[in-house]
Design a binder for this molecule. Structure first.
Ligand SMILES: Nc1ncnc2c1ncn2[C@@H]1O[C@H](COP(=O)(O)OP(=O)(O)O)[C@@H](O)[C@H]1O
Ligand code: SF4
Ligand SMILES: [Mg+2]
Length: 402
């Protein structure tokens, strides 16, 4: 047996926290600051937001292709529809979604639970289970290839190699009976011509890159030996192992405790930026996207209802739902006893949508017109689009409040 195969052995269990998790300087305080400043556009200017002394927040990188740069479009989703044919009716989980991701760009998809964020991501990877689910319309092009036209074998090559995914709960994504080393090298051996020895060396490097100390020892361990934060670091290492062009991170920090969330997000931001990997980050947390995304797509009831740069979304929201989401984020400048302003009402049943705007029952700007047809996503400023008949009233109300 090669010495490198030692990572297949069962190691001794060791308790203790991830030392890196304890020493990284960016903690929960900066995340709270970020949420506060982005939540409170009335009190702080855009320049001040990104230069906030206590917050260490950086100005988000703006998608270069959108600003006259030369980077190409990597992923193009065009009028995608994914539906589930259930006994309760047809669930229109993704209903005409279109967006693009440029090379090296980070795009956030934000919205309440059940609005179709994960189904959109699973559609990109063609992982919708049939029955009951099916992509019924639209196109998905990745690096010039039509993903919906690929054979299952070609698609297997795309998954893991060109596009990798990081899920919410690393414990369910990692195999509990295989060592970390085995799982980390498996994808590399399956997708590339790398030798076992080189795959092992690369696995050591990858664990170092994601901030895991004593990588050789960790490779011999099993998922249950690691903390939640360390498991998510392993998932990031796995996602990077075949040098993908795109990583889809579906609520990557939701299952982690709040101080670890900031460290993992920071790590993902730095690695994807340094390696030039594009990322789709799916989240229900608007605080996350301010710091980590170039562009933001807000989803509601299977559709994108607003899209723009992070600054567009936080300072110039034109959709009542985006405005309501912003108001529901906690603020540091409020009294502790102050009530949050949650989005009133419930998201609609996706089997019961009518021809009107799906946000209508929860919308304080709604008029008769909103019941008769759904507003299309209209671009009204460079890269900023909204699907609302009364976007001007919404923007005016924002100005009045400031
Ligand atoms: N396998 C399935 N069968 C039926 N409905 C599903 C299935 N998977 C997802 N859905 C429905 O699709 C809608 C969108 O789900 P999802 O994309 O997971 O939401 P989220 O935005 O929280 O990620 C939800 O209404 C959900 O119930
Ligand atoms: S179209 Fe009408 S119901 Fe829909 S968000 Fe705009 S104002 Fe509200
Ligand atoms: Mg989801």
């Amino acid at each position: 047996m090669s010495p490198n195969r030692a990572y297949f052995k069962t190691p001794k269990l060791r308790s203790g926290a991830d030392p890196l998790c304890e020493t990284l300087s960016i903690g929960i305080f900066s995340i709270i600051c970020c949420k506060t400043t982005i939540r409170e556009p009335f009190d702080i200017g855009e320049d001040e937001l990104y230069g906030h002394a206590n917050c260490a927040i950086e100005r988000p990188k703006i998608g270069p292709a959108r600003k006259g740069g030369s980077l190409a479009t990597l992923l193009e989703i065009d009028r995608l529809k994914t539906q589930f044919f259930t006994s309760a009716g047809v669930v229109k989980a993704v209903d005409g979604v279109s967006y693009t991701v440029d090379e090296g760009e980070t795009v956030a998809v934000v919205g309440e639970s059940g609005c179709g964020k994960s189904v959109t991501a699973m559609s990109i990877l063609r992982l919708i289970p049939w029955p009951p689910g099916k992509i019924t319309d639209g196109e998905i092009r990745f690096a010039g290839r039509d993903l919906l036209a690929l054979s299952e074998e070609e698609m297997r090559n795309v998954r893991g190699k060109d596009i990798s995914m990081i899920f919410q709960e690393p414990m369910t994504s990692l195999n509990p009976v295989l060592s970390i080393g085995m799982q980390l090298t498996e994808t590399m051996l399956a997708h590339t011509d790398i030798s076992e020895e080189d795959a092992y060396k690369r696995a050591v490097d990858l664990l170092g890159m994601v901030g895991i100390s004593e990588p050789e020892r960790r490779l011999a361990q099993y998922p249950h030996h690691l903390s939640g934060g360390m498991r998510q670091r392993v998932m990031i290492a796995m996602a990077l192992s075949c040098e993908p062009k795109l990583i889809i991170a579906d609520e990557p920090t939701t299952a982690l405790d709040v101080t670890i969330q900031a460290q993992i997000l920071e790590l993902m931001k730095n690695l994807t930026r340094d390696l030039g990997v594009a990322m789709i980050i799916i989240t229900h947390n608007l605080g996350v996207v301010a710091r980590y995304a170039d562009r933001v797509n807000v989803m509601y009831a299977g559709k994108i209802i607003e899209s723009g740069t992070a600054a567009d979304i936080y300072y110039r929201p034109h959709h009542p739902y985006t405005l309501a989401l912003l108001k529901s984020v906690p603020r540091m400048d409020q009294q502790r006893q102050a009530q949050l302003d949650p989005v009133e009402g419930q998201p609609p049943d996706l089997t019961m949508l009518d021809e009107g705007c799906a946000f209508r029952p929860r919308c304080r700007f709604a008029t008769e017109e909103c019941a008769h047809s759904f507003p299309s996503l209209e671009t009204f400023a460079d890269g900023h689009a909204t699907a609302c008949f009364h976007m001007d009233r919404v923007a005016a109300s924002m100005k009045e409040a400031s």
